[in-house]
Every structure is written in C-alpha cells, then in structure tokens.
Ligand binder design. Structure first.
Ligand code: ADP
Ligand code: ASP
Ligand code: MG
Length: 591
C-alpha cells in the first residue's frame, strides 16, 4: 500500500505508557497494510537535561563532544520503541543516524542533511520490519566519521527528509497538541486548530517562533513535495495538513538541505516610498498613520520602523505608484499631528527580491545580495526579510542592471518581471507567532557610503550569525543607523563581531538590547488586503504596548516589543484578527 513516516516528539515517548501508545499506533498502521518508518525524539526533556549536564561541567562545551552527548537521548528512545513494538508481536529494528547513513555537513550542533542512504532502510522494510530511526542526528563523512546533530527541534527535519528520500506517501508529525493552531495554544488557550495551512505560511510561522514544526522540515517538504500532517497521538483528530504547490527539487536528493537557496529574482518596478522622519517614540504612532491609510483603502507593501539616534523613530513604507498622491497627503497630515520633523517622498523606486525557501536562514545569501548591490554602487533604501523573500528598495533606474547581476551571482536563468498573482480567497491572517529568541542590536553613526550594510552583514555571515530584521534609518545626511535582530543566543557574538566591524569602518557605537521579543501575523491572504498592518498596530496601541521595530514582507507583519509585553501582545493581536475558537478548548494540549 505504500510507506508512511511517523514522527513522535519528546512528550509522546516520555514514559512507558506513552511509548506503549506509540507502539499501538504504529501497529495499527502496519495492520492497515502500510510500511512504517518511525522517527523519535529523546524522551521528554532529556535533551535539556543533557545540555544542563554539559553546562555543569563547562560553560563552553566542545561542540563535537556535545553532539556525542546529545545524540544519546534519541538512541535510548529508538531502542525502547523497538522493544515495545516487539511486545506487540511486530518485527522492528532501531537504527541511529549513523547506521541509516543520514549524511550531514560536518558543522556540529547545526548540521544540515546532505543525503540519505536508503539501502539499509529498504532492506529492513522489505523483510517486513518497522524501522525506528533516531531523529535529530546524522553522520559527517569528512574523515574520520563523526556523529552530528541537526539543531534543536531537528527530529522533524529527520522525519520529513526520510519521507522525501523514501518517496513516502506522507509524513505524520505526532506532537503534544492537536495540530497547527492560529497561535501557540499554551499561551492563548482560545487559539483555533487549522485544518490546513500553506507551506509558505507554515514556513513563516515556524521561523517566527511557532515551535510545532521545525522550519527546516517545512523547507524540505516544500522543496521535495512531501505531504506533511501534524496531529496528536492521544486522540484521533485529523490534525493539520500542510499544503504546497509544485515541488522545486523533486528527483535530485543530492545536497538535500543546501541545494539552490535562491529560486528567482523578482522586480516590482512600480513602487513609491514615503518616509516620516523623527516621529516620537510612543505607543499608538504607527496605528494613527496606518489606520488613516487603511481608511482610504490604500494598500501598503513594505513597512519599516526602528528607533534611531535621538530616541525618535523613522517610519518608511511603500505603496504602488498610483497611490502616491493620496498616501503622501495622509502622511503629511498625520505626520504634522504626530510632530514628525519631515516627510520625504520618492516616486522613483523599485523593489527587487530574491525568492527561495530559506533565503533568510541561509548564512551568506543576504551578504551576497548586498555585496552585489555594493559592487554596482547601488544605495539600498529599505530592506525587508522573510523566510522566503529578501527584498531591497533601490532607485528605479538600477532595477534592470541589479536584476541581471543578482541572477548571475546566484547562477539563475533570467526571468520575467511580473510578480506572481496573489492567491485568492484565503483568510488574510492565518496565524500569529511569538519569537522570544530575539535580541536587538543597533549600529549607530555609520558613515553614509554605499556598501556599508553589505560590509556589516558580511561580517555577521562570516561569523555564522543569522540576521532577521534589518532596518536602516531613512535620514539623509552624513551618518546612518542600522538596527538588526539576531537570535538571543548569538547576541553577544553578534555584538563582538559588530564592535570590530564598527571600529574598522568608522561607526560611532554598537548597542545591544536583549530583552525584546517579536510578535508576527502571517497569511498569504494579506497580499492585496489593505488594513492588516493598521489592525495589528491598533491592537498593540490599545494595549499600550510600544512598538520598537516594524518590518513587513508580502505575507507577514512583525513588531519587536519589550519582552515583558510578549504574551499580552500575542493575545491582543490574535484577538484583533478574530482567530479565536470557542471549540478549541475541547482540544487541550497534552501536558
Ligand atoms: P515535539 O516535542 O512533539 O516536537 P514541540 O514542543 O517541539 O513538540 O512543539 C509543540 C509545541 O509547539 C506545542 O506544545 C505548542 O506549545 C507549541 N506551538 C507554538 N506555536 C504553535 C502553533 N501555532 N500551533 C501549535 N503549537 C504551537
Ligand atoms: N531532542 C531534540 C530536541 O529536544 C530534537 C527534537 O526533539 O526534535 O531538540
Ligand atoms: Mg519539536
């Protein structure tokens, strides 16, 4: 009948009873006539326990030894699950990542999967055995052979990668909630369960903090066309189906997680930019501006906002050119009410974007884009990042040359200019997410020369530090500021790298704020729907939450706020988009 990959997270294998429950579910699937490959995580919080153990010995554990240690967690659970299957009379064998041949890069703790050898798996399956594979681990073939791990949450990635390599009918991710919800049901109990979600939305939500499915797993599913279903093990709810379009890379499983980060270059040549400079830094400012624009049904494309020097904000946004006169009139009027010092307009801009699954998370893609622009002497006016799109606003006259240079730099065939049509009839906002793993770094007093953003980003890429939001001040003059967010665990390394870069490049100072979180709304239906950002800003303003940074892409709006407001921010934004479900209380998470 075909093969199914079933992945069980830590909670599902946390004790004897739950392991028995897993075994019964697998046995049911086998009895229905399917071949089954099971992927399991370490029991309960075992990986955390092992991490703490390492930290108790040394504050800086050797990365190789950490992988040797952490990979033991999954090794325990595969053996126990195989034994539980034997108890039910099934033939089953457990295999570690090394035994399967899950070949990864050699960088410990964060290795990406290169390919999976299916020979041994097939042999066992052909003998009628269930194969129980350890999630989260692999082997690097650089001599000598080394055990590697994929990064926290990596068992999802193992499962989807195995499903791709084996051509499975589907990959079922069993977890401690009933599926993917409109937001984390542990923080917002009224969250509703989504019967389906597009892979773009899932990718954004996952990379913006929705832990339920690891973004790298979504990336593989989208690239190789793996049908993924997220469900709970403790009841027979149908769960959430992740839906996707035509797979990009099916057939070629070589370099699985590192193949072709960029799909295409898109140009939108008809944009105009409006910037409000030195807007006071207080709650409700963004709401006033964007509500006034939404009232006139003006569709906003990119929005960026960040505090810059003198503790005031710059807010910049883009609209289609036809909206410029009415948007400019509103910006002047509201800007005056807010006490901003200046409103600037630019009718001659284009938005140029790199599109591809995981463009943001691949170290070096942003740096290479900025370096290509710097080489041509092009000034970047705005930057917007999302998991699938990296966009720069530049002068329109540069658009054709930049597109050609980027296609060459990323080895892409030339493509047309027309961005794909927005999907029809989707709910504008599908879900909201909270990312607590954020820190905000600002580089102030950057000499105003083209290529400075590229140089700073290049240094971060060389240090292996992924950058999320990147916001430049909009003030013309002698100095610029750039504010960035990075994962909190990397904040201190990012600060060290930027301090050195700042000294070399003549920037004034680097400041770090570690107590921030990011709340985001995601939905493919926001393309072409005015008022989404305004609604989110209004929700935050009414809760008296100050927005420190704003960044948007076509399918998400993200705001950085003080850590203390994280939970409230998530709740009010979730409620503002009317995502609650009274029925969801029936599907309480498994604690
Ligand atoms: P597992 O151990 O099964 O891999 P995880 O802890 O990694 O499970 O992921 C499941 C958790 O993800 C849930 O318990 C929930 O708190 C969290 N979560 C965050 N956002 C969402 C969301 N939008 N939908 C469902 N769960 C979410
Ligand atoms: N056990 C690993 C972790 O806790 C991998 C996983 O559960 O996905 O991160
Ligand atoms: Mg997980």
């Amino acid at each position: 009948m075909g093969l199914i990959v079933q992945k069980f997270g830590g909670t599902s294998v946390s004790d004897r009873e739950r392991i028995g429950q897993v075994a019964r579910r697998v046995a049911d699937t086998v009895r229905q006539g399917y071949e089954v490959v099971v992927v399991v995580s370490a029991m309960g919080h075992e990986t955390d326990r092992l991490m703490d153990l390492a930290q108790s010995i040394t504050a800086h554990p050797n990365q190789r030894e950490l992988d040797v240690l952490l990979s033991t967690g999954e090794q325990v659970s595969i053996a126990l699950v195989a034994m539980a299957l034997h108890e039910l009379g099934l033939k089953a064998v457990s295999l570690t990542g090394v035994q399967v041949g899950i070949v990864t890069e050699s960088n410990h703790n964060q290795a990406r999967i290169l390919n999976i050898s299916t020979q041994r798996l097939r042999q066992h399956l052909d003998q009628g055995e269930v194969v129980v594979v350890a999630g989260f681990q692999g082997v690097s073939l650089h001599h000598p052979l080394e055990v590697t791990t994929l990064g926290r949450g990596g068992s999802d990635t193992t499962a989807v990668a195995l499903a791709a390599a084996l051509g499975a009918l589907k990959c079922e991710i069993y977890t401690d909630v009933a599926g993917v919800y409109t937001t984390d049901p542990r923080i917002v109990p009224s969250a509703s369960l989504l019967p389906e979600i597009t892979s773009e939305e899932m990718l954004e939500l996952a990379s913006l903090g929705a832990q339920v499915l690891h973004p790298r797993a979504v990336e593989i599913a989208k690239n190789y066309g793996v049908a993924v279903i997220v469900r709970c093990n403790w009841a027979n709810f149908p769960g959430t189906r992740v839906i996707f379009g035509t797979p990009r890379l099916s057939g070629t499983l070589k370099d699985m997680e590192i193949a072709r980060p960029v799909d295409r270059v898109e140009v939108d040549p008809c944009q105009a930019k409006i910037a409000l400079l030195r807007v006071p830094d207080r709650p409700g400012v963004a709401q006033k501006l964007f509500q006034a624009l939404a009232d006139e049904r003006i569709d906003i494309d990119l929005i960026i906002q960040s505090i810059h020097s003198e503790a005031s904000n710059d807010i910049a946004f883009t609209v289609q050119q036809g909206f410029l006169p009415s948007a400019a009139e509103i910006a002047h009027r509201v800007g005056q009410q807010l006490g901003c010092s200046e409103v600037t307009l630019d009718a001659d801009i284009a938005k140029i974007s790199l599109v591809g699954v995981g463009v943001r998370s691949r170290a070096g893609v942003a740096a290479q884009m900025f370096a290509t622009l710097a080489r041509l002497g092009v000034n970047i006016q705005m930057i917007s990042t999302s998991e699938i799109k990296l966009s720069c606003v530049i002068g329109r006259s540069w658009a054709a040359a930049v597109k050609a240079a980027l296609e060459e730099a990323f080895g892409l065939p030339p493509s047309g200019d027309v961005p794909p049509a927005p999907p029809l009839s989707l709910k504008a906002v599908r879900g909201v997410a909270l990312d607590r793993d954020q820190a905000r770094i600002a580089v102030q007093g950057i000499p105003d020369r083209p290529g400075m953003a590229a140089k700073l980003l290049e240094r971060l890429a060389q240090g292996g530090i992924p950058v999320d939001m990147i916001i430049q001040s909009q003030r013309a003059g002698t100095e610029q500021d750039i504010a960035l967010t990075v994962p909190r665990s990397q904040a201190v390394s990012a600060q060290t790298v930027l301090n050195t870069a700042a000294r070399d490049l003549g920037c004034r100072e680097v400041t770090l704020a570690e107590h921030v979180v990011k709340v985001s709304a995601v939905g493919e239906g926001m393309i072409g729907t005015p008022g989404i950002a305004a609604c989110m800003f209004a929700a935050l303003a009414y809760a008296d939450i100050n927005i420190q940074m704003i960044s948007t892409s076509d399918i998400k709006v993200s705001c950085v706020v003080n850590e203390a407001h994280g939970g409230t921010a998530l709740q009010v934004v979730h409620a503002a988009f009317d995502l609650q479900s009274p029925a969801s209380a029936l599907l309480q998470p498994l604690l």
